[in-house]
Design a protein around this ligand. Structure first.
Ligand SMILES: C[S@@+](CC[C@H](N)C(=O)[O-])C[C@H]1O[C@@H](n2cnc3c(N)ncnc32)[C@H](O)[C@@H]1O
Length: 468
C-alpha cells in the first residue's frame, strides 16, 4: 500500500493526492501540524507531534512542501499523553491536548525565539520561560456554544466542527470553562428539544436558536447567560422563556439575557437585547500585585478571556514599568482600560487611547468605580490622534490587535521620545517585525516574557520591554 521512493527518484513525479506515506515527525509548526520529511520533501501532518511515526494521506502537494491527514500513528512519541477530553482531535478547540503541558510551554517559547530570529532579525533574543497556567483546564471565563445540527441532522448544541461550515458537534463534555457551564449547556439542550425550538439554519435563514453565551467571573463565581436567537419567533415564546428561567435560576446565575439578532435582506444586522432575569452586568475582579480592581461586564463588553493569566500578564507589565520612575504613561489600544488602570497607582497620569467608543465608556466607568482619577481616555484611532496629543510620556504601553503596529504609528511613537516601550502582543510574528522597526529608532529589546493565556492551543501572548 505504501509508496516507497528510491533516493534518486523525483518524489513530486510520483506523489499523488490520497496516497498514503509513512514518515517520522521531527518538529511542530506553529498553527497546527507536525512536520516530517518524505524523500526530502517537507510534509505537514495535523494532530501529530515530534517523536511520532505516522501513516498519513496526502491532501496537497506543492513543489516545496506537502500536507497530509493522519491515518494512523504507527509508533507514538514517548511524550504523548492521553487527552483528558473525549472530543480532543475532533472539536478543534484544544489542538495540543495530547502534549504534556510542560512540552507545550517549551514549544511556545521556542516559537517566540524563532519569530524574533527569523522575522525580527534579533538574534539570541532575551526570551524568559513561559508563565504557564496553574491549572491548564477550566481557564476560560467566556464560552459561546452554537445551536445547529450534527452530520445526521440531529439537534446539536456545541462547537462548529473545523473545516465544516454548518455541522455542529453536540457537546456534553468540555474542560475549558467549568463543569457548571457544561451543566447549563445540557439543561438548555434538554429544554430546547422538549419545547421543539429549532436551531437557526444559516442556509435558509429559518429556525430560532443561534447560540448560548456563558460568562463566569473566575474571582467572583458570578455567571451570566445570554441566549442569542433569530427573529423567527416560536408561538410559545413567553411561556418558553419563563420556563427556561425557572430551569436555570440558581445562586450563581446573576443574569440571563435574550439577544435577538434581527437580520433582514438589504438591512444592517441589529441586536435587540433584553434582560430576562437578574442584573445587567456581571462582576469580575482582578488582583495585580496586591491591587484589587473590580469590573462590571455587560454581554457585549470585551474582557480578557483568561482572568488569572491576565493578572499575570499585567503584573509583568507593572514590574517592567516600575523599573524606572514615570510621570506620564500612554496606554495605546487600551480596550476597557485595564492595563492603564493597574498602572495608574504607580505613575502621575495615564492616557488611554482606544478606537471603540463603547469600550472607552466602560473604561471611564471602570476608573470611577475603582476611584482612579489620574487616568483619561480618548476614543479615537491611534494612527490618527497621536499627532494632536500634547502630553509627553516617558513610557508607552501598546497592546494592538494581531496585525500589530504600522510603520506610521511607530514613527509617531518615536516622536514622543519615551525612554521605555512595553509592547503587549498576542502575535509573536508581528511583535518581532515591529521590534525590528523599533530597533531602527534606537529601541533595544531588553526582556520578552511569554504568558500562556490559552493552554492546549498554539496561541501565546508576550510582554516585551524595549528601552533606549
Ligand atoms: C488586544 S486588544 C487590547 C485590550 C486591552 N489592552 C486589554 O488588555 O484588555 C486591542 C484593542 O485595540 C483596539 N483597536 C484596534 N485598532 C485600533 C486603532 N486603530 N486605534 C485604537 N484602538 C484600536 C481594539 O478595539 C481592541 O480593544
Amino acid at each position: 500500500m505504501y509508496k516507497t521512493c528510491t533516493s534518486d527518484a523525483n518524489p513530486l513525479m510520483q506523489l499523488k493526492k490520497g496516497q498514503i506515506i509513512e514518515l517520522d515527525i521531527h518538529a511542530l509548526a506553529f498553527g497546527g501540524a507536525g512536520i516530517g520529511k518524505y524523500e526530502g520533501l517537507t510534509v505537514f501532518v495535523e494532530k501529530t507531534m515530534p517523536g511520532d511515526k505516522v501513516e498519513a494521506s496526502l491532501t496537497k502537494i506543492k513543489s516545496n512542501f506537502a500536507e497530509a491527514t493522519l491515518v494512523k500513528i504507527s509508533k507514538q512519541s514517548m511524550d504523548r499523553e492521553n487527552p483528558r477530553c473525549k472530543y480532543s482531535g475532533t472539536c478543534g478547540g484544544c489542538q495540543l491536548q495530547f502534549m504534556p503541558y510542560e512540552k507545550q510551554l517549551e514549544f511556545k517559547k521556542q516559537h517566540v525565539i524563532d519569530s524574533f530570529e527569523r522575522i525580527g532579525k534579533i538574534y539570541d533574543p532575551p526570551v524568559a520561560d513561559v508563565v504557564g497556567c496553574e491549572d491548564p483546564f477550566y481557564y476560560r471565563n467566556k464560552m459561546e456554544f452554537t445551536f445547529g445540527y450534527d452530520a445526521e441532522m440531529n439537534f446539536a448544541l456545541g462547537m462548529h466542527l473545523p473545516g465544516r461550515r454548518y455541522d455542529i458537534l453536540d457537546l456534553n463534555e468540555c474542560h475549558l470553562q467549568s463543569e457548571f457551564s457544561v451543566e447549563i449547556v445540557n439543561k438548555v439542550r434538554d429544554f430546547a428539544i422538549k419545547r421543539g425550538w429549532a436551531p437557526f439554519k444559516y442556509s435558509c435563514g429559518q429556525g430560532f436558536l443561534r447560540s448560548l453565551f456563558i460568562r463566569e467571573g473566575k474571582r467572583t463565581e458570578e455567571v451570566m447567560i445570554n441566549l442569542s436567537t433569530s427573529d423567527d419567533l416560536p408561538s410559545d415564546l413567553d411561556e418558553g422563556l419563563s420556563e427556561l428561567i425557572d430551569i436555570l435560576k440558581n445562586d450563581k446565575i446573576v443574569s440571563i439575557f435574550w439577544s435577538q439578532v434581527i437580520s433582514k435582506r438589504g438591512q444592517r444586522k441589529r441586536i435587540k437585547e433584553k434582560l430576562l432575569y437578574g442584573k445587567p452586568t456581571l462582576k469580575e475582579k482582578m488582583i495585580v500585585k496586591d491591587n484589587e480592581l473590580s469590573f462590571d461586564i455587560a454581554p457585549q463588553s470585551f474582557f480578557q478571556v483568561n482572568t488569572l493569566q491576565a493578572e499575570n500578564l499585567y503584573s509583568h507589565v507593572v514590574d517592567m514599568a516600575l523599573g524606572k520612575a514615570h510621570n506620564t504613561v500612554f496606554d495605546l489600544f487600551c480596550g476597557t482600560g485595564t492595563i492603564g488602570l493597574f498602572l495608574a497607582k504607580h505613575v502621575e497620569q495615564v492616557l488611554g487611547i482606544e478606537l471603540v467608543e463603547d469600550s472607552v465608556k466602560v473604561a471611564r466607568e471602570n476608573a470611577m468605580k475603582n476611584n482612579i482619577f489620574n487616568i483619561d481616555f480618548i476614543a479615537s484611532d491611534v494612527g490618527k490622534v497621536l499627532s494632536s496629543v500634547k502630553e509627553r510620556p516617558s513610557l508607552i504601553v501598546v497592546d494592538p490587535p494581531r496585525v500589530g503596529l504600522t510603520e506610521k504609528i511607530i514613527k509617531k511613537m518615536n516622536d514622543f521620545g519615551a525612554s521605555q516601550i512595553i509592547y503587549v502582543s498576542c502575535n509573536p510574528a508581528t511583535l518581532a517585525r515591529d521590534c525590528n522597526w523599533l530597533k531602527e529608532y534606537g529601541y533595544q529589546v531588553k526582556h520578552i516574557q511569554p504568558v500562556d493565556m490559552f493552554p492546549h492551543t498554539f496561541h501565546i501572548e508576550n510582554v516585551c520591554l524595549l528601552e533606549r
